[in-house]
Design a protein around this ligand. Structure first.
Ligand code: BTN
Length: 247
């Protein structure tokens, strides 16, 4: 039986659900999986300070608050893996060929259907709370600025999806996968690797030394991407240290 999540704060419009959720979690002790969602963000934030494009009312824009106090700071990438897998699992109910592009973009084929922005409030040894921000393209069919976007609708002959249903499916899956962080973290790491975009596929990358050809072979527990180049050297990168080159 699946639970229906009622702990959802719905806002018509807000600057950013992540900002709202950060403030809420700082000032009130809210239960895990409290969710803020909105129809429109005036300052929706993406990774690397980018703007997150989304037409009013067409997509899922939401942030989930959790308190992962049991996750050691050096293991915090497991939360990112858990969230990415949960989004992947839900998108895969409606689309073929759904993968996670390291570290946590969700792809259908070569196009991005969802982005994740996790922001943590840290104390000395652990994570006090995390705000898991997700933008999942559901019913939008034309985009103006996102580089290679897609949506559930575009992948399904412009079918219209019920956003609320998709959100409920996601929150159920997130809860299941979140419990695995304590009970069976290996299962999360293994499944993340199973669905990793371009794993074991030759591709061109660039790093501080220039362009090179290699294959993604692993992701370390600390989140570093491992690319094995054509000479057999294993190169390891933190986020932003390596770029995928479009071919
Ligand atoms: C990315 O750049 O891939 C991450 C995008 C994250 C966007 C979501 S939309 C809901 C939440 N609120 C924000 O301001 N950003 C995240």
């Amino acid at each position: 039986m699946h639970e229906r999540y009622n702990n959802i704060i719905e806002l018509k419009e807000i600057s950013s659900t992540n900002d709202y959720a950060m403030e809420l979690a700082r000032t009130e002790s809210v239960p895990d999986f409290t969710t803020i969602c909105t129809d429109f963000q005036s300052k929706g934030r993406g990774q690397l300070g980018n703007f997150w494009e989304s037409n009013r009312g067409e997509n899922l824009l939401f942030s989930v608050i959790v308190h992962p106090r049991e996750i050691a700071l050096k293991e915090q990438f497991i939360l990112s893996q858990c969230v990415a897998l949960s989004v992947r699992d839900i998108v895969a109910l409606f689309c073929e060929n759904v993968t996670v592009k390291w570290p946590n973009d969700i792809y259908v084929g070569n196009n991005k259907v969802a982005g994740i922005l996790i922001e943590n409030q840290l104390s000395q040894k652990h994570i006090e709370f995390s705000v898991i921000g997700i933008g999942l393209n559901v019913n939008q069919t034309t985009f103006t600025s996102a580089p290679n976007p897609t949506s559930l609708s575009l992948e399904n002959d412009k079918l219209h999806f019920d956003k609320e249903e998709v959100l409920q499916l996601f929150l159920n899956r997130l809860t299941e996968n979140y419990n695995l962080i304590c009970n069976n973290p290996e299962q999360i790491r293994t499944r993340y690797l199973d669905f990793l975009y371009l794993k074991n596929v030759p591709h061109i990358y660039s790093d501080a030394d220039g362009f090179f050809e290699g294959k993604i072979t692993n992701v370390e527990a600390d989140g570093r991407l491992v690319i094995t180049d054509t000479y057999g050297n294993e190169k390891k990168y933190y986020f932003k240290e390596v770029q995928y080159i479009l071919m």
